[in-house]
Write a protein that binds this ligand. Structure first.
Ligand code: FE2
Length: 291
């Protein structure tokens, strides 16, 4: 059995081939190039890989993440979560700031997004490792944005084929302020550099077409007037909400979930701040999205 067959024989594939649980895989073991390629292949095929019951030091988590590519970094001119005080590639996503002083995002709702869409080169892959999950901590909900594209009517695919989406960097706004908003650029120009990306992008490895849409940040469609653009955004969001292309992950401590950050977006609801929910995130560098 080669590395790929071995990994595949231990998989539980989730409905609609969206997500797979990889059983009997200890992510702390050092793997060879073929196994690393097999892991990436599985990720591209199923878009989300779930590894249960992993006991990982930071070093082990970082080493495992590098099997998927180089670590994501960004500079102060184009900031991202945690880039202000970056000493480690691990960013704490959590609300228990008494215990985890460096944790971000609190317990507010985090609208559907993929990581770093406002940057020139958004992450290709991200992963979360659950370290403290109280009962009642909410799921993370992933959406298959390849399916979201495929399920669009033909006329809509033609209509949006050449549109670019501009996402304004949220880290030039006061931290914690929710800025999920279609912008009227004639009235407000949010601060920071912008990098327009194709609204329909192609996956850098699989070539799959992806609906590259989010609801989390200030954004606009380039060269469309406010009324046309905001209506189109609303229409596309309604489409995504109307189709069944999601996976909801109910967290347990020591879960490690890796996702293809090109072909998926993710969401979590707000929750009671007394419930502790803390995860470590690592993100992997990506390339400039192409049409
Ligand atoms: Fe995220």
């Amino acid at each position: 059995m080669n590395e790929y067959e071995q990994l595949e024989s231990n998989l539980i594939v989730l409905p609609n081939d969206f997500g797979a649980i990889v059983n009997d895989f200890n992510v702390t073991k050092i793997i060879n190039t073929e196994a690393s390629a097999a892991l990436k292949d599985l990720l591209h095929r199923y878009k989300i890989l779930i590894f249960k019951k992993q006991a990982l030091s930071d070093e082990e988590l970082i080493r495992f993440s590098t099997y998927f590519g180089e670590l994501f970094t960004t500079g102060k001119h184009n900031p991202a979560l945690g880039s202000d005080k970056k000493t480690s590639p691990i960013v704490y996503i959590g609300n228990n700031t008494e215990k985890y002083k460096q944790a971000y995002l609190g317990h507010q709702e985090v609208f559907r997004h993929s990581d770093h869409q406002w940057l020139e080169k958004p992450s290709s892959v991200s992963m979360l490792y659950a370290i403290e999950i109280d009962e009642g901590a909410p799921d993370t909900l992933w959406t298959d944005m390849v399916a979201a594209y495929q399920l669009l009517p033909k006329q809509m695919k033609e209509r949006i084929a050449d549109i670019d989406i501009i996402t304004f960097n949220p880290f030039f706004r006061p931290f914690g302020e929710v800025r999920s908003k279609y912008i009227d650029i004639l009235k407000t120009v949010p601060p920071g550099n912008t990098f327009p990306h194709p609204l329909v992008r192609s996956h850098s490895t699989t070539g799959d077409k992806i609906l590259y849409l989010h609801e989390a940040y200030e954004m606009e469609f380039k060269d469309l007037n406010f009324q046309t653009g905001s209506l189109l955004h609303h229409h596309l969001v309604s489409h995504i909400n109307s189709i069944n292309c999601e996976y909801s992950h109910s967290w347990e401590k020591d879960d490690l979930v890796v996702w293809d950050n090109q072909s998926t977006s993710h969401y979590r609801t707000s929750f009671d701040g007394e419930i502790s929910r803390v995860l470590k995130r690592i993100s992997i560098a990506g390339s400039k999205p192409i049409r």
